[in-house]
Design a protein around this ligand. Structure first.
Ligand code: MG
Length: 306
């Protein structure tokens, strides 16, 4: 577990990246045995990480106290992206049931979003919760395009949007409607901006493989802008997170890409499997957890998650 895993390592592209990692620290493979790992989410109070194994229809749980891995929930309704809200509750995107849910402290599951203007969502993919309690999620059609990661079905909405769920009224509103396949999303550390990936290239060779940057309105409820922030040089940006200094750490086909505030690629963490998503965790949020296809990896960094 603490040995060198073949195919892992740090690659500096801009010298700024050298400050982000500790030279002798190695990437660890914490567990393997998934079909497609996604959606890692760190629970500080419990010192554990929950992540999705989408095709196996289960949520997994890695325990920091003893390194053990167990099944957190089965069936998971082909859960994909997960996050933890301000109250420490799990919020999940479910492909099979085409909804976003919250797991309450007593274990019951509350549906946060399942329809937009009376039509069923496609297959929510990734989700973030803003400090005001609003829930923002992407709704590409991956989970209804085949039976592997959900149930094949026609899109009722007929498009793939980004949505905001109001914390008071529960209303689901579309906040971005010009995406092909909206995917990962993250607020800048100060929450003045929202970054959203479009992975449309997966089903259209001329489609996007990029992240766009939006500015939040003063009331924090709507978006403007949406200019290109960064193009992915290997595969797609699926899921990503910010560190406290505003660098963006994203999944990619060859591992993790680290982008500076201008979207410039400054370095990589090589992973021998395609990476779907990642998150910061640990008591100091200086440990990056990486969901890479069949495995869960982690590495301690010299940065802290936002
Ligand atoms: Mg995703």
């Amino acid at each position: 577990m603490f040995g060198v895993i073949e195919g892992t390592g740090f690659e500096t592209i801009e010298s700024e990246f050298n400050e982000c990692f500790i030279g002798h620290v190695r990437v660890e493979r914490l567990w393997t045995g998934a079909r497609w790992s996604e959606g890692p989410a760190w629970f500080p109070a419990g010192r554990y990480l929950v992540w999705s194994d989408i095709p196996n229809n289960r949520l997994m749980r890695w325990d920091e106290t003893d390194g053990s891995v167990s099944v957190f929930r089965h069936p998971s309704n082909n859960a994909n992206g997960n996050t933890v809200d301000q109250q420490g509750r799990l919020v999940s995107c479910e492909h099979l049931t085409r909804r976003v849910t919250r797991t309450e402290h007593d274990g019951s599951v509350t549906v946060i979003a399942e329809k937009f203007q009376g039509k069923r969502l496609n297959s929510p993919n990734d989700v973030v919760v803003k400090s005001d309690g609003s829930v923002w999620f992407t709704d590409p059609s991956y989970g209804i395009m085949m039976d592997y990661e959900g149930d094949r079905a026609e899109s009722e909405i007929g498009a793939c949007h980004v949505y905001r769920v109001d914390p008071i009224s529960g209303t689901v509103e579309a906040v971005a409607t010009d995406f092909l396949k909206p995917n990962g999303l993250a607020f800048s550390p100060d929450e003045t901006e929202l970054y959203i990936a479009d992975t449309g290239i997966t089903h259209d060779p001329d489609g996007p493989a990029h992240i766009r940057r939006f500015t939040l309105s003063p009331d924090g409820k709507s978006l403007s802008g949406g200019a290109l922030f960064a193009e992915c040089s290997r595969g797609v940006f699926d899921g990503f997170r910010f560190d406290r200094d505003g660098r963006l750490w994203s999944s990619a086909a060859d591992g993790v890409h680290c982008l500076d505030r201008t979207g410039n690629l400054i370095g990589k963490i090589s992973i021998p499997e395609m990476v779907g998503n990642l998150c910061f965790g640990g008591p100091k949020r200086n440990r990056l957890f990486i969901a890479g296809t069949t495995s869960l990896y982690s590495v301690f960094l010299n940065v802290n998650g936002a």
